[in-house]
Write a protein that binds this ligand. Structure first.
Ligand code: NAI
Length: 336
């Protein structure tokens, strides 16, 4: 029986890295029935600000998606389709493993960085509730609920327990947002009491940013509300070599959509330059979700082996290979 996956290439570099990931997954020999669903700025504009029906129908059928990035207009235009998708399917947990890869020369190359970010994915300042109260005075609503905070905290602690992780750090700004972040933090604390074998600590987001740069190797599981999770994800990506290599998963009760941390990178789109590693590693997570542990492991190992060898890596991580050359190398490793 094949596994079914809605493939959403997205726009910008999305179609290039999605194509690379499909080639790599297919090379594992696992039978995936890909249902392609286009999603880009033009389609959203035509659909009139809501997600196209064919996309939701497909995701409701397959329950699993592999998604490329989609461009969102800045300061105006439609609401981010990513935010819409996460809310519509209630993909409440954004899981982002940030791990050093062999051979990438970063300032932190001597350290082993291996952390997993759990970002609440449905509320906070991403509520989209903004208004101009009077001319030139705008307010935006930061929504934090007990239900969503407990849910992400439980998810992070359960993951930590299952995967032998030693420590969860809740990251907040409750010294200033005493009610909103205060509630988030209270929920994290309460959930932590049910997992006494896992060390629990709390860090204010500004201090956490500094600690991440100074001693990134001391972080294990990070638990954050939506906005801080978004920002800290990019910071953490920078520690291990950039956005080209950090994967992610949006997990709900009934659906899972796997996608890289990076955006549509319009500056390099269509140039065969994009690093498809983040998308391929998202597919590694997808294979594990399908229960294909062996294929997931083999794909991860094939990618790591290309990095170890260092001959076919892309420009963002210091190499000169094209998207296609990197993909060819991964496929060769899988088949050898
Ligand atoms: P970005 O992540 O697209 O690019 C930031 C920088 O990283 C650029 O210099 C880009 O060339 C580089 N980069 C990103 N991915 C790369 C890759 N795979 N290989 C090599 N270099 C890579 O962030 P930016 O420029 O802020 O956003 C561009 C668009 O993407 C915006 O419309 C934004 O809303 C959207 N976006 C979409 C996301 C999604 O669909 N999940 C997530 C983040 C942003």
């Amino acid at each position: 029986m094949p596994h079914y996956c809605t493939l959403i290439p997205g726009d910008g570099i999305g179609p290039e890295v999605a194509q690379a990931a499909v080639r790599a997954v297919d090379a594992t020999g696992i039978d995936i029935c890909w249902r392609r669903a286009e999603l880009n700025e033009a389609i959203i504009l035509e659909a009139g600000k809501t997600l196209p029906k064919y996309l939701l129908d497909s995701l409701n059928e397959t329950r699993v998606g592999l998604k490329g990035p989609v461009t969102t207009p800045v300061a105006g235009g439609f609401q981010s389709v990513n935010v819409q998708l996460r809310k519509t399917l209630d993909l409440f947990a954004n899981v982002r493993p940030v791990k050093s890869l062999p051979g990438i020369k970063t300032r932190f190359a001597d350290l082993t960085i291996d952390m997993v970010i759990f970002r609440e994915n449905t509320e906070d300042l991403y509520s989209g509730l903004e208004q101009e109260v009077v001319k030139d005075v705008v307010t935006g609503l930061k929504v934090i609920t007990r239900a969503a905070s407990e849910r992400i905290a439980r998810y992070a602690f359960q993951y930590a327990a299952k995967n032998g992780r030693k420590q969860v750090a809740a990251i907040h700004k409750a010294n200033i947002m005493k009610l909103a972040d205060g509630l988030f933090l209270r929920c994290c604390r309460e959930v932590s009491e049910q997992f006494t074998h896992i060390k629990y600590k709390e860090l204010i987001v500004d201090n956490a940013s500094m600690q991440l740069v100074v001693r990134p190797e001391t972080f294990d599981v990070l638990l954050l509300p939506n906005l801080y999770g978004d920002i800290i994800s990019d910071l953490a990506a920078g520690l291990v070599g950039g956005l080209g290599i950090v994967p992610g998963a949006n997990m709900g009760e009934n659906h899972a959509v796997f996608e890289a941390v990076h955006g549509s990178a319009p500056d390099i789109a269509g140039q065969n330059k994009a690093n498809p590693t983040a998308m391929m590693l998202s597919a590694v997570m997808m294979l594990a979700h399908f229960g294909e542990a062996d294929a997931s492991y083999r794909l991860q190992a094939a990618i790591e082996s290309v990095y170890r060898e260092g001959k076919h890596v892309t420009g963002d991580v210091g190499g000169a290979a094209t998207t296609e050359e990197f993909t060819d190398a991964v496929v060769r490793n899988l088949k050898s």
